[in-house]
Write a protein that binds this ligand. Structure first.
Ligand code: NAP
Length: 244
């Protein structure tokens, strides 16, 4: 029986790459999406090339009822969830002086409350199974802060506190909970920046390049594997040395 991974926000970017990486490693993959579109269909196709099952579930992670429904759907389909990757995330960047309350709440709702909503629904199944791996996608910005991202940094720092607290709560049930903090990764999220700005930022990174989605997915795969059995409550930076 294949292991089962569930990834939120898996239609594109880092989430898509994580889904494909797990499929290549023989996992059955449940992916969450908001709207059916080309990205979703191409992700499903890529996953299924590996002779594993792909189960797409629709829903908004900031909506608790959606999370309850799609978690049940996944467990009905596969009978279990071995690995949960809380990846769905958004940015709404601007200086605090200009930030609307709605922009702050929106980012917290998706990134932090979304992580709570999904984990709260999945954790019971993992506790019963006495096995589970939870990997939360935070950000280096959650550790260092960043001008123009008070909402995003607060949400990502919140994810780190959530990760460490839950790791302590569920360690006795053989459930590992870790966070991955990517640095500056090439996806739609960073594509909004002009090329010259990307080049300037890349120069400040010790490894002198932006990260790829594969760089992040490989670490997530490691944190879901037996090789990382003795790692819990940690934040692993995948940032080319940015935060040193
Ligand atoms: P992306 O390309 O913008 O993809 C984000 C994914 O999240 C999309 O599939 C999106 O689906 C989904 N999503 C957004 N809001 C959602 C919601 N309410 N419910 C369900 N799904 C939702 O971003 P990315 O760069 O791959 O980022 C993935 C994660 O890595 C995020 O948590 C991000 O904060 C984190 N991260 C990224 C970087 C970076 O440099 N790229 C750095 C540090 C951390 P839709 O297609 O429906 O919008």
């Amino acid at each position: 029986m294949n292991k089962v991974v569930f990834i939120t926000g898996a239609t594109r970017g880092i989430g898509r790459q994580i889904a494909i990486t797990f499929a290549r490693n023989g996992y059955d993959v449940a992916i969450n999406y908001r709207k059916e579109n080309e990205d979703l269909l191409s992700t499903i196709k890529e996953i299924e090339k590996n002779n594993v099952k792909c189960f797409p579930v629709q829903g908004d992670v900031s909506n608790f009822d959606d999370c309850e429904r799609f978690t049940k759907q996944i467990v009905e389909k596969f009978g279990k969830i071995d690995v949960l990757v809380n990846n769905a995330g958004i940015t709404k960047d601007t200086l605090l002086m200009r930030m609307k309350e709605e922009d702050f709440r929106n980012v917290i709702d998706v990134n932090l409350i979304g992580t709570f909503n999904v984990t709260k629904n999945v954790i019971g199944y993992m506790m019963k199974a006495r096995f589970g791996k939870i990997i939360n996608i935070s950000s280096v910005v959650g550790v260092s802060g960043n001008a123009g991202q008070t909402n995003y940094a607060a949400s990502k720092a919140g994810i780190i506190g959530f990760t460490k607290s839950l790791a302590k709560e569920v360690a006795s049930r053989n459930i590992n909970v870790n966070a991955v903090a990517p640095g500056f990764i090439e996806t739609a999220m960073t594509d909004v920046l002009k090329d010259n700005i990307k080049e300037e930022i890349s120069k400040t990174i010790p490894l002198k390049r932006m990260g790829t989605t594969e760089d992040v997915a490989n670490v997530v795969k490691f944190l879901a594997s037996d090789e990382s059995a003795y790692i819990t409550g940690q934040v692993i930076n995948v940032d080319g040395g940015m935060l040193m």
